[in-house]
Write a protein that binds this ligand. Structure first.
Ligand SMILES: *[C@@H]1O[C@H](CO)[C@@H](O)[C@H](O)[C@H]1NC(C)=O
Ligand SMILES: *[C@@H]1O[C@H](CO)[C@@H](O)[C@H](O)[C@H]1NC(C)=O
Ligand SMILES: *[C@@H]1O[C@H](CO)[C@@H](O)[C@H](O)[C@H]1NC(C)=O
Ligand SMILES: *[C@@H]1O[C@H](CO)[C@@H](O)[C@H](O)[C@H]1NC(C)=O
Ligand SMILES: *[C@@H]1O[C@H](CO)[C@@H](O)[C@H](O)[C@H]1NC(C)=O
Length: 316
């Protein structure tokens, strides 16, 4: 390090490293939270949890503003209306679902009723994903498509961003079905507009990242301002134009000394471990004593000198 510039560079690099580390700390994307998708093209997060109608404990049912039924979609020419939930099973009690065993009734995410029978068009799932730029989700394993039971009904839901539609009232439209086996829906909602840091798992800029940025700016301001002051007002040159040069030099020396002490103690420990008899007894197979003895004396002398020096420095 020949000039203050390299010190500045080093400190800036250190600060940015801290920042990157702090920012990436939480954002290494493990599993996304349920019902959250991340766009691979824009990197935005799409949290659809707001679109899920939550089942209510019975004591809260009296409150009027909470929704106590799942979303509905008119079937028009299909001659049945659909009931569905997003990312979770419908909150209605569905029973006697065609082709589904009783434990699965609780997991029906979309269904319709026709001729007095209840058909599931898909069981619970909470994994929206991106197909290209489209945010989609599917429900599978519904009622059998036909009497042979070789296929089960399923549903594809496509999400569209619409900032005019609040999350509490998404517009859900039934688009169609060709073979009464796969059903296609479109959901418009502001919840389907991506956002930053929407993911409850903590992506986006974490508090650590924000702190890192602030620290980086503070360090930069300190260095630039300090150097300018030392140079123009105090007419310092070279290393001395770094702000608080003597303080930093002192701190650096302190850590250097500490490292030396730590290393020499470690080294001594290591040697003691390897040959416990090395210092105390002159066993036949122990290495020549003189080398170790003098080495140790040198270490002790060096430590004593350092400790004296530190004492003096701290007394100042
Ligand atoms: C679907 O719902 C509409 C009202 O939203 C109703 O008029 C219609 O009769 C329903 N269709 C069926 C098949 O239940
Ligand atoms: C659903 O079933 C439970 C018991 O099985 C009952 O307590 C509850 O009132 C039912 N809810 C509706 C909406 O029918
Ligand atoms: C219902 O869904 C839950 C949660 O995904 C799952 O653990 C459970 O096995 C499902 N039950 C059936 C009968 O599919
Ligand atoms: C349905 O969604 C799952 C993720 O929940 C995905 O792995 C699968 O490929 C999807 N199937 C279709 C046909 O889109
Ligand atoms: C359809 O669902 C039934 C009952 O859930 C299951 O036994 C069957 O394997 C499913 N068929 C297909 C093709 O997934």
């Amino acid at each position: 390090m020949k000039s203050p510039i390299s010190l500045v560079g080093f400190l800036l690099a250190f600060a940015s490293f801290t920042f990157v580390f702090a920012a990436s700390d939480t954002s290494s994307p493990k599993e996304l939270a349920p019902c959250v998708a991340r766009s691979p093209t824009t990197g935005l997060y799409y949290d659809l949890n707001a679109l899920r109608v939550q089942p209510l404990p019975s004591d809260e049912k009296a409150r009027k503003h909470v929704r106590d039924e799942s979303w509905h979609a008119k079937g028009y020419d299909y001659n049945a209306n659909f009931t569905l939930n997003i990312c979770g099973p419908v909150i209605e009690n569905v029973t006697d679902v065609v082709g589904i065993e009783e434990p699965g009734w609780r997991n029906v995410s979309a269904y319709y009723k026709k001729d007095g029978k209840t058909y599931s068009i898909g069981q619970q799932s909470s994994d929206p994903f991106f197909r290209g730029r489209k945010l989609v989700m599917n429900y599978t394993d519904g009622s059998p498509c036909d009497d042979e039971g070789s296929h089960n009904k399923s549903t594809i839901i496509s999400f569209l961003c619409d900032r005019d539609v609040t999350t509490s009232t998404p517009t859900i439209s039934f688009v169609g079905t060709m073979d009464q086996c796969t059903y296609f829906f479109e959901v418009r909602s502001s919840a389907a507009c991506g956002g930053y840091g929407h993911d409850p798992a903590g992506q986006g800029l974490s508090p650590g990242g924000v702190f890192g940025i602030i620290a980086l700016i503070a360090v930069a301001a300190y260095l630039v301002g300090g150097c300018a002051y030392q140079r123009t007002v105090m007419h310092q040159r070279g290393w001395r134009q770094c702000p608080n040069y003597s303080l930093w030099a002192g701190i650096f020396d302190f850590f250097k000394d500490m490292t030396i002490i730590a290393l020499s103690s470690l080294g001594r420990l290591f040697r003691l471990k390897r040959s416990p008899a090395g210092y105390s007894s002159a066993g036949t197979d122990s290495p020549p004593r003189g080398r170790f003895g003098s080495g140790r004396r040198r270490d002790i002398d060096a430590e004593n000198r350092l400790i004296d020096q530190l004492d003096e420095e701290w007394d100042d």
